[in-house]
Design a protein around this ligand. Structure first.
Ligand code: ADP
Length: 605
């Protein structure tokens, strides 16, 4: 139960509230239990059974003769004040007990609320932070939807199923213990008798519960089969129709569909049985209790008022027991959700910083890919093969080649989004794995194919994580990126909110904002991934001009589909299937009359 211990450690941060909650719960339980014997004098008066104890018990007031002592005081009260007044007093006492019971019950909830929501907040924050540090390879293996559902649904489920009932786990045992103590005090034999009955019904009802659990797993499985068939059929409709296989599909689906109906019906029968059965068994227990209890009363072994209070105490055991078992069941359910959350929290961070990682403040000489081979996963084979590439400071190197050649992969290796296993990437002579990750990344500016913007103001999207930036610098960056004019034309200028992922802007405008962001960051190394490929030619010109400004005096690795945009690169590297097949400048490559020339001619058409 490691998960549960972890949950307790979360809860442990709210010791003050938990302490107050426990105290309130103890008081709730206390007043619940106290209300039981308070009922007794009430019945005594009604049944005209009073007046028995006219002498104080020997030894005065003490824990042993507490009841005798109260009976004595009570008789005294009836004698001096009369029955009605005494009755009124008892009613007042009952009222008071219930008032305090409910007051503390409410207070317990009041103290619990910050704990529940605090724990949920902490888990959610931890998940989000973990998401930020998890390496990119993790996200290509885990589905986004699945992660989202863990962040929202499962965290909520933990709150609903575990935190919601945590209180019951504290309180109900206290109530049960108190009521039980009272029952034992009144009549040990009757208590024993009642418990034998309860164990019997518990076994019967529990058996149904277990069989329900088994069947519902089966139901899920059958439903899964059904969905698979539908999914396959939808995907293969063209083939089904082409091969006239409708009848076959009909029969296949029909059989599963029918099996599902069959099992579901049986499940319903069993489930519907549980409530009537448990009510009947419950009543049977009460009937037996009434019969056996009355016989005790008739034979003089028990007072009638004691018997009725006993039944009330019995109710105070049954109800909390039900709550407790419900809570336990709910916790089981919640543990499943907690596990799913934990899988993310405990996921391995594969891209790690060495403990003795070196700082790097500036880029001085060159970037070098030395014998780099890389595979996303072993089974699918290498995506990059023995890449050798030098990018001296101040130069622009362009990667070209068909899609899937491995260009983006190369670009992702540089900021350590993925780690190289064979060969290495070096910056100023040192393997990038030996640098502090933050330092390494702060040397680089990335402008990707898809302009990555957030639902925030233009200003915040440009500044993006930088601290202490003057407005002047932001405007300057926007000017260089050809973005200032359109920004000023928006409703609130730099304070305009650009909507989800910048949906209120055109593609070119979005891209120019990301360029302004890169200009502001002012990194010595640039990684440009097809930054203009998604634009029409008018905005491409603007973006292209902005990019040229950005690339001035920097070292850049540019991935381009439109070859026209990288003609001036210092070196153009042509890639195919993870290998470099040609390299040189534009003219040299054209003269080579090879792959590059073919690509250029293809685009000219
Ligand atoms: P390019 O940028 O030249 O189009 P990529 O570097 O994106 O090529 O892709 C190179 C190869 O790696 C392709 O075969 C692609 O399917 C594969 N690939 C890219 N990203 C991943 C990933 N996250 N997981 C597994 N394979 C990937």
């Amino acid at each position: 139960m490691g998960s549960f211990r972890r949950l307790l450690s979360y809860i442990g941060r709210y010791k003050k509230f938990i302490g107050l909650n426990i105290v309130s719960n103890i008081l709730t339980a206390l007043f619940t239990v106290v209300s039981i014997p308070l009922l007794q004098p009430f019945f005594e008066i009604l049944f005209n059974q009073t007046g028995g104890v006219t002498d104080p018990p020997a030894g005065g007031f003490s824990a042993v003769n507490i009841q005798a002592w109260f009976k004595y005081r009570y008789t005294l009260l009836i004698d001096t004040e009369g029955k009605e007044k005494a009755l009124l007093l008892v009613c007042g006492a009952i009222l008071l007990a219930f008032f305090f019971k409910n007051l503390f019950r409410y207070l317990a909830l009041v103290f619990m609320a910050p704990v529940r929501n605090g724990v949920v907040r902490d888990i959610r924050q931890q998940l989000f932070d973990k998401m930020l540090v998890l390496p990119l390879p993790y996200f290509s293996e885990e589905r986004k939807g699945d992660l989202m559902s863990r962040m929202t649904g499962d965290v909520q489920e933990v709150e609903m199923s575990i935190l919601n009932v945590l209180e019951a786990l504290f309180r109900e045992p206290l109530v049960i213990a108190g009521s039980l103590a009272y029952m034992l005090y009144q009549s040990p034999s009757l208590t024993l008798f009642v418990f034998l009955l309860i164990i019997f019904t518990g076994v019967v009802i529990g058996g149904i519960g277990r069989s329900l659990k088994r069947s519902s797993a089966l139901v899920q499985e059958k439903l899964g089969n059904l969905v698979t068939i539908v999914d396959e059929a939808l995907g293969g409709l063209r083939i089904i129709k082409g091969f006239n296989a409708e009848a076959y599909q009909h029969a296949k689906f029909g059989a599963e569909n029918n099996a599902y109906r069959h099992i579901l019906t049986r499940l319903l029968w069993r489930r519907d049985l549980s409530s009537p059965l448990s009510e009947f068994l419950g009543i049977a227990v009460v009937a037996v209790l009434l019969w056996y209890g009355s016989s005790l009363v008739f034979s003089g072994k028990m007072e009638p008022d004691a018997f009725i209070t006993f039944i009330y105490a019995f109710y105070n055991v049954i109800d909390p027991s039900k709550q407790l078992s419900k809570a336990w069941y709910s916790v089981q359910k919640g543990i499943g959700a907690l596990h799913r959350v934990e899988q993310v929290l405990d996921a391995e961070t594969t891209i790690l910083e060495k403990p003795d990682a070196k700082p790097i403040r500036s880029f001085e000489r060159e970037i070098a890919f030395k014998d780099v081979s890389f595979a996303y996963n072993k089974e699918e084979g290498h995506v990059l093969n023995q890449i050798q590439l030098n990018i001296p400071k101040g130069k622009a190197v362009a990667l070209v080649g068909a899609s899937g050649a491995g260009k983006s992969t190369m670009a992702d290796l540089l900021p350590r989004f993925y780690d190289v296993e064979e060969g290495g990437v070096f910056v100023d002579g040192l393997n990038i794995k030996d640098y502090k990750i933050k330092d390494l990344r702060s040397l680089m500016g990335i402008v990707s194919q898809e302009a990555v913007l957030f639902n925030d103001t233009i200003y915040n999207n440009i500044v993006f994580g930088l601290q202490g930036v003057a407005m002047e610098d932001v405007v300057n960056a926007a000017r260089i990126a050809n973005a200032h004019e359109f920004i000023m034309a928006t409703e609130k200028g730099y304070e305009t909110n650009i909507g989800d992922r910048g949906s209120k802007l055109s593609g070119g405008q979005r891209q120019r904002l990301t360029i302004a962001r890169a200009i502001l960051k002012n990194p010595p190394i640039l990684i440009l991934d097809e930054a203009t490929s998604a634009l029409d030619s008018e905005s491409e010109k603007l973006v292209q001009a902005a990019l040229l400004e950005l690339m001035k005096n920097r070292t850049s690795l540019v991935i381009a589909h439109r070859l026209s945009t990288i003609q001036h690169a210092d070196e153009i590297v042509v890639m195919r299937q993870g290998r470099i097949i040609e390299r040189g400048n534009h003219h040299a490559l054209l003269a080579l009359n090879g792959e590059y020339k073919k690509l250029v001619e293809l685009q000219a058409m």
